[in-house]
Design a protein around this ligand. Structure first.
Ligand SMILES: Nc1ncnc2c1ncn2[C@@H]1O[C@H](COP(=O)(O)OP(=O)(O)OP(=O)(O)O)[C@@H](O)[C@H]1O
Ligand SMILES: CC(C)(CO)[C@@H](O)C(=O)NCCC(=O)O
Ligand SMILES: [K+]
Length: 283
């Protein structure tokens, strides 16, 4: 979904911020309607401290997502006639980076979601809030039982049964982290850039870069397939949703390698925002 024209009123506007390990994921809501989504880098503390002084939605958005960083598709905040705020719009935060959560506390109208606010049963205390929210959002929209695969900085599997109770899951290094670790922690392996990945790599590679690509990609895809098959053993009609920065790439590879699995996946990048919207209904 692309950010588009500003809303007509600033009443009922709220911002959702998911603080991930690699970057920030933003959504602008008007009541229960998701208006636009965008990603930014983590913001410096000095910028966050300036937000309290913003007078208009435009000022605020310009600070958190400067127009020079936007693509053509993301134009549309450039209207200076936006109304003044009575107060800054509420900011609902879900964070898996405590140091980042801390520097957002200077925002006047902030609420930070905690695990006890999510009605998911059977959670353990250190479960990531992003995993819980994505699972809750997915389950509320598509129904339980459901398995969520998040291909972010970490790749996670998180599942709940028909009673909306956590079944459990798994955590492994995501695609980017796997390439980065090999590049950084070895004497002669290059850092493989993911930019130009399109089709499946060669399986039995004859150069170092291709060998790393093959190793990382085919084992991640085999791992995803194995988790999905184990999920269907437990819940033959269980649903599966996938999200995350590497989600689209992985879906394309799955489509080529295991089309019947790829066809059964629900691809939805905004699961965490849907989870956050559900939580606002309970606040
Ligand atoms: N513009 C981008 N900036 C950073 N990572 C990107 C970008 N586009 C795709 N990616 C991929 O997204 C992955 C990170 O995913 P994502 O942004 O979902 O993670 P995150 O910020 O840690 O969020 P979460 O904590 O929710 O997983 C990286 O492995 C990277 O390959
Ligand atoms: C696994 C990540 C890093 C994924 O973003 C996050 O959900 C997290 O820090 N979780 C805490 C550990 C857990 O979920 O068991
Ligand atoms: K850590």
């Amino acid at each position: 979904m692309k950010p588009h024209k500003h809303p007509e009123h600033t009443d009922n506007i709220w911002l959702a911020l998911e603080i991930g390990n690699s970057r920030l994921h933003w959504a602008l809501f008007v009541s229960e309607t998701l208006y636009s989504v965008w990603d930014t880098d983590h913001l410096p503390e000095s910028v966050i401290q300036q937000l309290a002084a913003c007078q208009t939605l435009n000022d605020l958005l310009e600070k958190i997502f400067p127009s020079h960083q936007r693509t053509n598709e993301q134009e549309g905040y450039g209207d200076n006639s936006l109304p003044l705020f009575a107060s800054l719009p509420p900011l609902l935060v879900a964070s898996v980076v405590p140091s980042q959560t801390a520097i957002w506390q200077s925002y006047p109208n902030i609420s930070v979601i905690t695990l006890d606010q999510i009605p998911l049963k059977g959670v353990y205390p250190t479960l990531g809030i992003d995993r819980a929210l994505a699972l809750w959002g997915a389950g509320k929209i598509w129904g339980f039982p459901i398995l969520v695969i998040d291909a972010g900085t970490a790749l996670t599997f998180t599942a709940a049964d028909a009673n909306e109770c956590l079944v459990g899951g798994a955590i492994l290094p995501g695609l980017g982290l796997q390439f980065a670790t090999l590049g950084q922690q070895t004497g002669q392996l290059p850092l493989v850039e993911m930019q130009n990945f399109l089709s499946l790599p060669i399986r039995f590679a004859l150069n170092t870069t291709a060998a790393i690509q093959s190793g990382v990609i085919y084992t991640i895809l085999a791992g995803i397939k194995d988790f999905i098959e184990a999920w269907w053993q437990l819940f033959p009609n269980g649903k599966i949703a996938i999200k995350g920065g590497d989600g689209t790439l992985l879906i394309n590879y799955l489509q080529a390698l295991y089309p019947e699995i790829a066809d059964s996946l629900i691809v939805e990048q905004n699961l965490i925002f849907w989870g956050m919207r559900e939580i606002t209904k309970l606040l």
